[in-house]
Ligand binder design. Structure first.
Ligand SMILES: *Cc1c(COP(=O)(O)O)cnc(C)c1O
Length: 394
């Protein structure tokens, strides 16, 4: 195809995309993801202010944890100041040590790899699956079979000599990855499974909530996530001992006492404040409505994009229920070269779209990290566009 033809095609598709998005969102805000406050948010936050319980003491933190346990079916939930700190402590309680490698995808938010780095471990990037943007189970098994050997029951990367300690998949944009196959691989290669479910509150794989498959999982409640606590995160685990240790580490490892300050580990000030938890308690009451709205939005986009050639709207795999945190367009390969042009043109007219993150293996800060061949990741990075996805639109 010659470039003049392609240029015209690009302009046509860009105009089609803008029109489709504008038709769906109408006069609603075109921001990518905005919080929606329609319930008891004011009441519960005011209650904190009235009682003077805004910080580390108050009833809402535990209330919020119990609500998340009930919703996700997880035995224990521990609230943190944000998803990143929950992920950091997840590494600690999962026993990830300095010099260990942690297998993760490159197509995720930088926090996933940062948390691994915080404990002195090394992110080891692997390729993703075209269908759900998560770690590709089949190519991971082949890759591990090639690079891994077992020494005293531990999985060792024979190329680096380091222990491969954990497998850390992300449910990208809230869409569940093939967590059952990944769980099998983790068992096969003696890896601890830790889930970055930061984006996937309300997403289920075969009716089981994401973030509850691994030894630990985390969810984020940042301002742009499906529900928000302003800033916040939570750790999920079936193991009560791990939950207790995580809670201890998030509160400076202070041993309970009437007046004595005695700390038995070097720890962190990572506990979610009461004020944020109050907001979370109200937000989770709205979650069923948010999920319904986001699904409605998907259906509107499906109609709007149904006729547009060269652009596909992501839809959840059969056995999954996605929260559709971020709605996602996938460009055909012949439009890859116009990926950034299309995004810039949308921004020019006030339609807030964004590309997927720069794959982490391409960031200079992770240039020393091992990586598998990145065929699908590199390809998808030039084809994905997130479009306005707030629950308030539909
Ligand atoms: C949002 C997010 C995080 C971090 O959560 P914060 O609450 O922003 O610290 C981690 N991983 C992924 C994949 C995320 O999207």
């Amino acid at each position: 195809m010659n470039s003049a033809y392609n240029q015209i095609k690009n302009e046509g598709v860009t105009a089609d995309i803008i029109r489709a998005i504008q038709n769906v969102i109408g006069t609603n805000s075109a921001n990518l993801h905005e919080p929606v406050f329609i319930g008891n948010e004011w009441k519960y936050v005011k209650d904190c202010l009235d009682k003077g319980m805004v910080s580390s003491i108050g009833e809402y933190v535990e209330k919020f944890e119990r609500k998340i346990e009930t919703y996700t079916g997880s035995k224990n939930a521990v609230a943190f100041v944000n998803g990143t700190s929950a992920l950091h402590i997840a590494m600690v309680v999962a026993g990830v040590k300095p010099g260990d490698e942690v297998i993760m995808s490159s197509l995720t938010f930088v926090a996933t790899a940062n948390a691994v780095s915080y404990v002195g471990a090394v992110p080891h990037f692997v390729d993703v699956c075209q269908k759900d943007f998560g770690i590709d189970a089949r190519s991971l098994r082949e890759y591990l079979a090639e690079i891994a050997i077992f020494k005293d029951g531990n999985c060792i990367n024979q190329k680096t000599g380091r222990a491969i300690k954990a497998l850390l998949p992300t449910h990208v944009f809230g869409h569940p990855c093939k967590i059952d196959s990944l769980s099998d691989i983790a068992a096969e290669f003696h890896l601890t499974l830790i889930e970055d479910a930061a984006e996937s509150l309300g997403s289920f794989y075969a009716k089981k909530h994401t973030g509850t498959f691994g030894k630990v999982g985390i969810i984020s409640f940042n301002g742009n996530k499906t529900i928000t606590t302003g800033g916040g995160g939570i750790m999920l685990t079936e193991c009560s001992k791990i939950a207790e240790h995580a809670r201890h580490l998030s509160t400076t490892a202070k041993q309970p006492h009437r007046y004595k300050y005695f700390h038995n580990e070097i720890a962190y000030n990572y506990r979610m404040p009461n004020l944020n938890a109050a907001l979370g308690c109200a937000q989770i009451e709205n979650l069923p409505f948010f999920l319904q709205s986001k699904r409605k939005l998907l259906n509107l986009y499906a109609i709007a994009f149904g006729q547009i050639e060269g652009v596909e709207l992501f839809q959840e795999p059969k056995h999954c229920q996605s929260n559709y945190w971020l709605q996602t367009l996938i460009l055909d390969e012949d439009l890859m070269v116009y990926h950034e042009d299309i995004i810039a043109s949308c921004l020019d007219v006030g339609v807030n779209v964004r590309p997927v993150w720069t794959p982490l293996h391409l960031l200079p800060i992770f240039s020393n990290s091992p990586a598998s061949p990145m065929t699908i990741t590199n390809n998808l990075a030039k084809r994905l566009i997130n479009i306005p996805s707030s629950a308030g639109i539909a």
